[in-house]
Ligand binder design. Sequence first.
Ligand code: SAM
Length: 325
Amino acid sequence: MMFNMFQIYNKSSYSLEDIEDNYIDSIITDPPYGISYQNNYWDKDLPDKEIWENSLKKIKPGGFGLIFSSVRLMHRLMVDLEDSGFLIKDVLFWAYLNGMPKSRNVGLLIDSELNIESEKVGEYKYVQGYKKNGADNYKVEKKHKLSPSSELGKKYDGAGLGLKPAYEPIILIQKPLEKGLNVAQNIIKYGTGALNFEETRLPYDDNEGKVGHNPHEKGRVPANILRTDKFEDGYDKFFVVPKVRQSKEYFNFHPTVKPVELMQHLVKLTTFDEQIVLDPFMGSGSTGLACIELKRKFIGYELDVDYFTIAKKRLEDRNKVQTLF
Ligand SMILES: C[S@@+](CC[C@H](N)C(=O)[O-])C[C@H]1O[C@@H](n2cnc3c(N)ncnc32)[C@H](O)[C@@H]1O
């Protein structure tokens, strides 16, 4: 298989028939979560296990993968990954502060069930969609703020059904080493089997005192917690990357864009120079952008033609300013 920086396909990734076996060094992907996020048609179900079975064939022995997931269904995804032959090595938590609680006021649900009208106590703005996607997609409605009227409703006023989400899990998987080989032998044969700490270490703060007896000059080994904001909690040595601002790229209307800086951290962690990354659910191509900047080769699949077109434009634009290798 011959290509320059990236090779992308506008079709289902399930068969991965375009890729030779034992060819990929790392799989980094943000697949459908199976939670119908914002009613997106492609997010109704988790991917079929077939994609993970075929991914296992395409990745080299010892190769790592990082798979984004939802908190509610990560256990199912982990079972599918494990049943397909991958080892579950860790779960990274990308922690953020601005998650929206999706809970309802149970007191109002009780009023409604008892056929008792809740009391109107004010108004609030109900906002749907993103402004940048145009008028069709962005709606602001005024709605009544309600307070429970029934006795039982008052007792349960403010009670909810779900916590405020504050992290996204990213499952770290690995294809087992080739039978009979130890880590060093596997790396000599395939170049895979180890995480790349040298490129992902977290530098010490300038004003930090002595750290351990033999501090590494580049900083700490990266942790399995990533954050969107720096917390002033005395021990702040996590990789920090904010969420994507929807307005940053006017043409990119994919609803679940991941920050390229985050994808760069994940690409660096699981690959070394000039290795090959597969994203079977590339959306608008954020993993690919990270690869181009880091001189890793990229293979991506996207089923939806509109998202594919966005990914193609982003990758071609970025590739123009990078030197080919
Ligand atoms: C969560 S999104 C990925 C978003 C991406 N991380 C980004 O930054 O733009 C998952 C994508 O998988 C695509 N998809 C779903 N099923 C697929 C399949 N069988 N083959 C290829 N792509 C698929 C969806 O259209 C969607 O764009």
